[in-house]
Design a protein around this ligand. Structure first.
Ligand code: FES
Length: 149
């Protein structure tokens, strides 16, 4: 079964969110958005967590094979909450279907850690590469990140 909250992984680009969702930035402030929101996953946006098109400038590449080995049964429909960990991952909590751009590759989750530094080897999921590459969210400078879901 799929969720009404859809995260589509766009090829060589951002995560597209649709459905019932809220996004919080690294300091816990609600991010305003339209019916859809585009979240940066290349690490280069100047308006994180949103995409500003910088993925094209930096030549971000990802062909979006989605690992569905850890599929879960979606909870009763509730709001999907996406929070930015300081200098780290995006944490999504709530029912969601994560779709590849082909519409076939997908995963169903109630909780997911998503890459926003652009360096994970398991995109769109986080593999903690942000630590290795020293990812910095410009809004925060050098504050420490935490990786607890
Ligand atoms: S994915 Fe678009 S600016 Fe990063």
């Amino acid at each position: 079964m799929s969720s009404k909250n859809i995260i589509t992984v766009l090829e060589d680009g951002p995560l597209q969110l649709e459905g019932d969702f809220h996004i919080y930035d690294t300091i816990g402030q609600l991010v305003e958005h339209e019916e859809q929101a585009m979240l940066c996953r290349c690490g280069a946006s100047k308006i994180k967590p949103l995409c500003d098109g910088s993925h094209e400038t930096v030549g971000f590449k990802d062909c979006c094979q989605i690992d569905s080995r850890h599929d879960e049964s979606p909870e009763v429909h509730t709001t999907l909450v996406v929070s930015c960990r300081p200098n780290g991952m995006l944490v999504a909590k709530g029912p969601m279907t994560i779709m590849g751009p082909d519409g076939h590759s997908k995963a169903v989750r109630n909780k997911a850690a998503l890459c926003r530094c652009g360096e994970s080897r398991n995109k769109p999921f986080c593999d903690v590469s942000h630590k290795k590459v020293g990812f910095v969210d410009d809004a925060l400078g050098s504050e420490t990140e935490t990786d607890v879901l």
